[in-house]
Design a protein around this ligand. Sequence first.
Ligand code: NAI
Length: 420
Amino acid sequence: MNYDIKDLNLAKEGKQRIYWADRFMPVLAKIREQFARNRPLEGIRIAACLHVTTETANLMRTLKSGGAETVLCASNPLSTQDDVAASLVSDYDIPVFAIKGEDTETYYHHIDAAINFKPHITMDDGADLVSILHSAETDEKLLDNVIAGTEETTTGVIRLKSMANDGVLKYPIIAVNDAKTKHFFDNRYGTGQSTLDGIIRATNILISGSTVVVAGYGWCGRGFASRASGLGANVIVTEVNSLNALEAVMDGFRVMPMIDAVKEADIICTITGDIHVLRQEHFEAMKDGAIVANSGHFNVEIDIPSLEELSQHKVNVRNFVDEYTLKDGRKIFLLAEGRLINLSSAEGHPASVMDMSFANQALSAEYIATNYQNMENQVYNVPNQIDASIASLKLKALGIEIDQLTDEQQEYLNSWTMGT
Ligand code: NAI
């Protein structure tokens, strides 16, 4: 088996952590049991380009139980957990191409290795596999093998929808991110908690009493703002969308343009999916000692080249903390080179939310295996029945029962004449 990981000797620790995550992933475990019985993915090769974490390991195990042949590469150079990569290779016979901190060349070399596996299904977090399969340099025969793909995150879905709109998308994609059982929970509670976790692990600063600025009040930003506020921060939100800005105001946060917010900020975190949300004019207005981080998908939300240009000196002062000294002597601390802070300096989302996200991935792969012949080169939502079944399985696993509609209520809700 071909693979490229940091060190196979890390497997023991990886296996223990995969087991720990599995305890919080009961829905995925149930799907794994069903897959082992029914083998819906028999004969299908799946290339996954996802963050190499304990939760992803449990997804890979599930796909393999369903009969799929799988390969895994990283969807970010800093998010790989090397012990998990080692365990997947040595305990589960799943080839992995990922090393934490790999350079850009190695990162793409690893994606090429996954593509050369000749997948029938691609599983992306940020559309890297799709982009490379669609590039002019890639052998078209590899693209011919692919029946469909799935996409895990907001930024990837936006890109794939724009490819579909331009008529250049060459195979169907299921937008896992857009399932309600994904973004309502993963983006909001998972990113919210783990982004703070990442900032705290990198810096060990006290959140209480500090002024925290969050750029973007979408699914991730809402979760982050509410959790920072819960720890006692004074939270300021910046937005470009009036509706989301208004929601932040009604949720009790101050909202203002970034140029004003940075003057007060102790910590600034971008989670927008946009480019250069923090740029030269903002660095010039920041307080001495401001801490800057990003949790959006790509490391473009903070304009790092312009920060470098404004600085006379840069030094690494702690793991994941670079101190930039500006020409006037002020210091700005950039965390994790502007890459996803929750996956760089912490462990990413808690397993309990990834349980639902990855249940969507596994069931979408099964759906593709059965229905791909009827799918067009478009971006599809996860079928409603999959979304609903995951919510009900999760409630069941949590031991929570809910009421059922009575016959009378069902009739009432379906009629426009009753009870008026
Ligand atoms: P979303 O679309 O729900 O929210 C993004 C928000 O940012 C929108 O309200 C938008 O108006 C706002 N925005 C855009 N440009 C802005 C600007 N220049 N200044 C201020 N606000 C701006 O997207 P979601 O789901 O919250 O995802 C955000 C990013 O986080 C994406 O890149 C997504 O892929 C990524 N993501 C990261 C995760 C992680 O583990 N760190 C997990 C899930 C998503």
